[in-house]
Design a protein around this ligand. Structure first.
Ligand code: NDP
Ligand code: MG
Length: 386
């Protein structure tokens, strides 16, 4: 039996993780569930999966939850600090971190410090502080297993291979809803258009990141740390059908890819069972029907997030952390209607240009850089809005 903690159980990845667990009740048991404010869904999940511990980080939502009664046998806690306890909860073996944003970093570190396997959906953990997180995981001999479909695909391609055999990683990208459009057109797109991803149904932030291609930029940095491959050997290939989830090119010229219909339950299940395949009822590719797979290079002039992410990654230190924070603020400002689509690139670029950077940062330095970047981004947005 594998005992699972899910941080962010009410989100897109969290609910799909519970679907995988529900389909394999003899293999997986839920021990910990956390949400931000969705107390009614959290309650349903608690009633169904009977965890030992549950957290609501919003005090208001927690109050409503308590008023309706804490289920018998459940330990319940509230506030962001309790995510650290959730990530290190003694009865769990593996922690699925499906929180959104930089808020996921401290729980990831708490999980590793507690010696638990970290199934990482929260890519912002690795973007902001990949160096520190992977070093800590190595020191603690803790496995960090990818949940993101591209990184799961790469891990599947690398199974049975040696690091010296790898020539390059090829991350596939759908290209998002605005693929093929040029600058004057994308400058006008609305929030509603951004939220219509052609192939995947996901949380709001990652859906917007997919439209700007910042998601792919974040994934390049995530791949750099998960697989210890430098940026010169990580390429992005646009593949609009989202069937090939990523590829690895080897030194002999052979390319391996992992294929499947776009369904996050497959990489989630592969991560939960730590690379051991399980039977599944997921809908399968049907090769008796015509299937066209196409590949093209990304449009780096229009979708500036991708070159910005490479640049931040190459500069290293606190630059990716700062880029991530500026992007989080930029995405929220776009959602709030304060800035347009291209404004999201401008915020990130402005904040990166202002940043002094520091090499070999510790956790406190990453926290300070994140804080600084959020303020710098807010200041910039307030200036352009006025
Ligand atoms: P969602 O927005 O759907 O879910 C986020 C979850 O985290 C919810 O349970 C939410 O609670 C909780 N949460 C959000 N903010 C906070 C916070 N500040 N403190 C505590 N809890 C919080 O996100 P996704 O599931 O789409 O994404 C999760 C992560 O996985 C992201 O890093 C994303 O990039 C990554 N990812 C997602 C994929 C997908 O298909 N969705 C694919 C690959 C990676 P509540 O519901 O109460 O708000
Ligand atoms: Mg992905």
């Amino acid at each position: 039996m594998i005992n699972v903690a899910i941080l962010g159980s009410t989100g897109s990845i969290g609910t799909q993780t519970l679907e995988v667990i529900a389909a394999n009740p003899d293999l997986f048991r839920v021990r910990v569930l956390t949400a931000y404010s969705n107390h009614s869904l959290l309650r349903q999940q608690i009633e169904r999966f009977r965890p030992d511990f549950a957290v609501l980080t919003s005090d208001r939502a927690a109050q409503t939850f308590r008023e309706a009664g804490v289920p018998a046998g459940l330990r319940f806690a509230q506030g962001e600090g309790c995510l650290l306890e959730a990530a290190a909860y003694p009865t769990a073996d593996i922690v699925v971190n499906s929180l959104v944003g930089f808020a996921g970093l401290a729980p990831s570190i708490a999980c590793i410090n507690a010696g638990k396997t970290l199934a990482i959906a929260n890519k912002e953990t690795l973007v902001a502080a990949g160096d520190l997180v992977m070093k800590l995981a190595a020191a603690k001999q803790v496995k960090v297993v990818p949940v993101d479909s591209e990184h799961s695909a790469i891990a599947q391609c690398l199974a049975g291979e040696t690091a010296s055999a790898v020539k390059r990683l090829l991350l596939t990208a759908s290209g998002g809803p605005f693929r093929g459009r040029k600058l004057p057109e994308i400058a006008q797109v609305s929030l509603a258009e951004c939220l219509k991803h052609p192939n995947w149904s996901m949380g709001r932030k990652i859906t917007i990141d997919s439209a700007t291609l910042m998601n792919k930029g974040l994934e390049v940095i995530e791949a750099r740390w998960l697989f210890d491959v430098d940026y010169e050997r990580i390429d992005v290939v646009v593949h609009p059908q989202s069937i090939v989830h990523s590829m690895v090119e080897f030194v002999d010229g052979s390319v391996k890819g992992q294929l499947g219909l776009p369904d996050m339950k497959l990489p989630i299940q592969y991560a939960l069972n730590q690379g051991v395949r399980l039977d599944s009822a997921f809908t399968r590719l049907d090769f008796t029907q015509a299937l066209t797979l196409t590949f093209e290079p990304p449009d780096l002039d229009t979708f500036r997030a991708l070159p910005l992410a490479y640049e931040a990654g190459r500069r290293g230190g606190t630059f990716p952390c700062v880029m991530n924070a500026a992007n989080e603020i930029g995405v929220q400002a776009f959602i709030d209607g304060k800035i347009g689509f291209v404004g999201m690139y401008d915020v990130v670029e402005h904040v990166l240009n202002q940043h002094q950077g520091s090499s070999s940062p510790d956790l406190a330095a990453y926290m300070a850089a994140d804080d600084w970047a959020r303020q710098a981004a807010e200041k910039y947005i307030n200036k352009v809005v006025r």
